[in-house]
Ligand binder design. Sequence first.
Ligand code: PEP
Ligand code: MG
Length: 755
Amino acid sequence: MDGKENSILLALRQIISAVSLKSSFEEAIASLVEKIRSTMHTDCCSLYLLNARKTVLSLAATDGLSKESIGKASLQLGEGLVGLVGQKEELINLADAPSHPNFKYLPDVGEDEFLSFLGVPVINQGELLGVLVVQCKENRQFDEQEETFLITLSAQIASIISVNRSTKEATIENVKRYKGKNGSGSIAIAQAVVWKPPVNFDTIQIMYSQDKDIQSELFHQTVFQLQTEMDMANLRLQEHAHQKASSGYMSGYGSMLDDISFEDDVDNAIFSQGYVAASAIKVVADKRIKDCMDNGQEDKAHDIRDFASILITRLVHLLPKETDISSPVVLIVKSMPAALVAEMPRNKIAGFVCVDNATSSHTAILARDLGIPAVIDVNLDINNVDGHTVIVDGQNAEVLVDPSSSVIDEYMQLISQSRQLHDLFEQDKFEKGITKDGQRINIQLNAGLNHEDDDLAAQTDGIGLYRTEISFMLNSSLPTEDQQTNWYSSLLSQFTNLPVCMRTLDVGGDKGLPYLPIEEQNPALGWRGIRVCVDQPNILKTQLRAMLRAHMKYGNLEIMLPMISRLEEVLIVKRILNESIHELEDQYQTKITRPKLGVMIEIPCVVYVLDELASECDFFSIGSNDLIQYLFAVDRSNPKVSKFFDPFNPAAVRCFKYIAQKTHDLNKPLAICGELAGSPLGALLLLSLGYKNLSMNYSQIARVKYITRHVNLQDLMAIGEKALTLNSSVKIKSLYVEYATAHGLMGVIDPKNFR
Ligand code: PEP
Ligand code: MG
């Protein structure tokens, strides 16, 4: 390169225009590396592209290395120099590459003779796509102008690569990949079995019969049979430690089964209109569905439809039988009533894919709770997958159809890695979260659906967040005080001697109750959390009384208030809490120990009134999901903007530090219970900022405990100080990646996802 600026620009322009003239992507990148190599007078130029799972960089084009290695040579993110450029998303410029500790020799690619190395990340809109590398045989230090040239070029080619990436992936990996909106559980690989309801609710023909008594008898028999089967399914679920989920959802259907007016209406349709039983059910259900839709009760409409579909299916004796499935399969359905999900033969279903949007319905909740790898709301043509090999990746909400053997190998490795990690974590399961330098970190559970695991209390330091709304969501109407008292007592009794922090009802936003519909233009900024409870004090009071009644017996309750934005809200709740305590003391003639009261920090404005709030509460707990959502004005469930949901952004890091420092000065305990606390790298960040109470979902407890037990808090705190001085998320995140790498924790930090 001649070093003159305009000649650099000219060279850049020539390369880009030559590349864009090529008709295929392969030709374009082959020409790109050739041109870069000759323009920069190097001995080699190569382009590595990141696979769709963002785990592996594969050689996609080269001028200088063996062409045979294209599509074969690959490095994990973080592996070798190329992997390091990708992982850190930073340029590496070395005159003597083989002497770098991360240098990795790849046999058969022909890079033996190369000494110098200049690698830059290829990034499009914040997303890493690959790594561009030039190498020389001589010991040459690339100068600043050469660095700038390669960086500028990589930025320009990023968009071309981005456009072609999906096609390229499909060719390299030979796989059809479908993204779902909601995933849960781990990974399953098996043959697909597509289940289609034998009778379609929408298309069932309306038919008439003279045998009205027989039709009515058939209908009542079916209802009775379904009731018996549901009771049995309920029992089965209880045996499998999913009591809370099952009882909640069963009561949804149960109430319909017990709904005499439904049976009367169907009988009426049979006797007065002469319909056959199935048609009568359809007619009655259609009317009820319409009424629900008119009242905005979409979930209830779904339930009625599911319920009617089951009855109709039973009537024509066509329900799928367990015995139809011989070995574990991936069950693919367009939509499936929750009752059938609950009845799924657990040992024969390796994975579950539901095409329709059932995100908020019982189906999704139940699949998640049963622990089957599942992907929901995925745009997949179910007519073309029966019998095909399918991978269900619940972690990434992806379904892969007809994966090549190399893709299957990659996923098998992930399955085996997660099994190995599971075994590793099991060893420390009952230990406490104590860092290597002896600092005690509390690791608590976020609960919603109870895990009836006898050991659970012994594995945790109590419950840091109990999302009471989940039980409300699974109920068919507002639960009574007695019903709630039973729920809360059962939880407190499971954790005796440990704190159980129950959050008052947090509905609205993305969490709807079928019997309390909230229709809003902008629900995230609307009537949600404590706002609903303050406006509906009866709901709040019933809940507080139920919590207190459970507390009277077990004494380990803490109460926490979600979505607080004003001091007044805390004062109102305190008044209702005091009233409830006095009433119950009178009623039961006993003294009640006041449970500790906490305020959630989820809306950024409260950060500025911590002094005032501190004098009215006993502790604070950060809901990082909402705090980040509102701090960055980024919808927490919109994948299009997920890159802005960034806890490593300097603003977020400084905000977390400020809250930790301020609550420390105020002498108020602080916990954090959003997803960040359970994300391995997030936990490192929080520890480094002084957080000592982390609350997370059950699936994260063992991993975070392991990490806690393998770090030195003092070292981490020094990293936290450094993080506060940095100006970009990438730089901050690298600090923690480096620390994890240096302490052999990188394999434990989610191997594919550094969030
Ligand atoms: C949070 O916002 O971080 C939180 C814990 O509450 P939820 O996710 O239930 O809104
Ligand atoms: Mg929240």
